[in-house]
Ligand binder design. Structure first.
Ligand code: ASP
Length: 343
């Protein structure tokens, strides 16, 4: 008989962990130690679940690099003993956090599935139970040879499992809160739970899993808009100790051709600041040189973010800067897919 999968559930905070106190109508934290009592359906799953909760659960708007390292350290500690991980966070910044964790683990061989919900677990119409139960099921799924089906960081929400570093939160109210416009879902849950095996990331089982904790936060997102002034661009690029910029451009990576704008970017690049061109569009890719409005960006040395999401670009920039990648190598490293985050 094959051994049951052992899953670690990490609760960091967010709506999913809330229950309504019907007397006062206020939301209060759900005690995950009583998981089986509150959600007896979980007993039907063919796995055992251990829970670790943040001592003080946080709204995901308060998440930062320190918390990302906390999540990573829990996964690292339990990695040898557990078969899969489910991480519960608020949905607001889940795409950022799950993207970051995807870069922070190199050669991941076990599933790390993020989920949360739009309605608290104690709400009558909650989406939390389905999200939680299916996320655990995904984290426990094994192939006939007993290897994990998913060997990457995923984000499960409203019947779809996405590659986490491809996702963006697109809706603050609907249960379908996330999208992955540039990569298909890697699994879908209907009557059956179907994995799209050709889209799953293949992991090299011979390579050692590494946990990277050095992230550099000295970066900024600069979103272009018609009318952006020289003072604004200059002010941003002159931030003390700035190391990287995610420049959200128009369409396929286009930006104003005005001299002052290109010169400011060039001066920053010459100073050693990395500038990544990502599109403001939800889907599609930066294509340098498709229009004259991106030719200069390529010439002065911007990094081509291709079809990476802003959330993932932030995480990748922090990660590569933290790893102190050599200047001559940085652009190439960024422009290549490290965890399936771009193509
Ligand atoms: N504000 C909450 C959070 O992100 C929303 C949610 O949990 O979905 O923590």
């Amino acid at each position: 008989m094959t051994k049951k999968s052992e899953i670690l559930l990490i609760y960091t905070g967010g709506t999913i962990g809330m229950v309504k106190d019907y007397k006062s109508n206020a939301l209060k934290a759900f005690n995950f130690d009583h998981l089986y009592k509150k959600i007896p359906e979980l007993k039907q799953l063919d796995c055992t679940i251990e829970v670790i909760s943040f001592e003080i659960p946080i709204d995901s708007s308060n998440i930062n690099v320190k918390y990302w390292v906390d999540i990573l350290e829990i996964i690292e500690e339990y990695y040898p003993k557990k078969d899969g991980f489910v991480v519960l966070t608020g949905s607001d910044t889940m795409s950022y956090t799950s993207s970051a964790i995807s870069f922070m683990i190199e050669n991941l061989k076990k599933p790390v599935i993020f989920t949360g919900s739009q309605l608290p677990i104690g709400d009558l119409r909650t989406d939390a139970k389905e999200n939680l139960i299916t996320a655990i099921q995904i984290a426990s799924a094994r192939k006939n040879n007993n290897e994990a089906v998913v060997t990457e960081v995923g984000l499960y929400f409203e019947y779809k499992l996405y590659r986490a570093n491809r996702t963006t939160k697109i809706n603050a109210e609907q249960f379908e809160a996330f999208t992955s416009a540039n990569y298909p879902p890697i699994a879908e849950s209907g009557v059956h739970l179907k994995f799209n095996s050709s889209f799953l990331l293949k992991s090299d089982l011979n390579k050692k899993t590494l946990f990277r904790k050095k992230l550099n936060e000295n970066i900024v997102i600069l979103k272009l808009f018609p009318g952006i002034t020289k003072q604004v661009v200059e002010g941003v690029l002159e931030i003390y100790n700035l190391k990287g910029v995610v420049l959200e451009t128009y369409g396929s990576g286009n930006a104003p051709t005005e001299k002052w704008f290109i010169e400011l970017l060039k001066t920053a690049i010459d100073k050693g600041i990395y500038i990544v061109d990502v599109t403001q569009c939800i889907g599609g890719s930066v294509i340098f040189g498709q229009y004259e409005t991106s030719t200069a960006l390529k010439r002065i040395g911007l990094i081509n973010g291709k079809n990476i999401t802003t959330e993932s670009a932030i995480a990748k920039l922090m990660y590569l800067l933290g790893e102190r990648i050599d200047k001559s190598n940085f652009k190439t490293q960024f422009e290549n897919s490290l965890r399936g985050e771009m193509n």
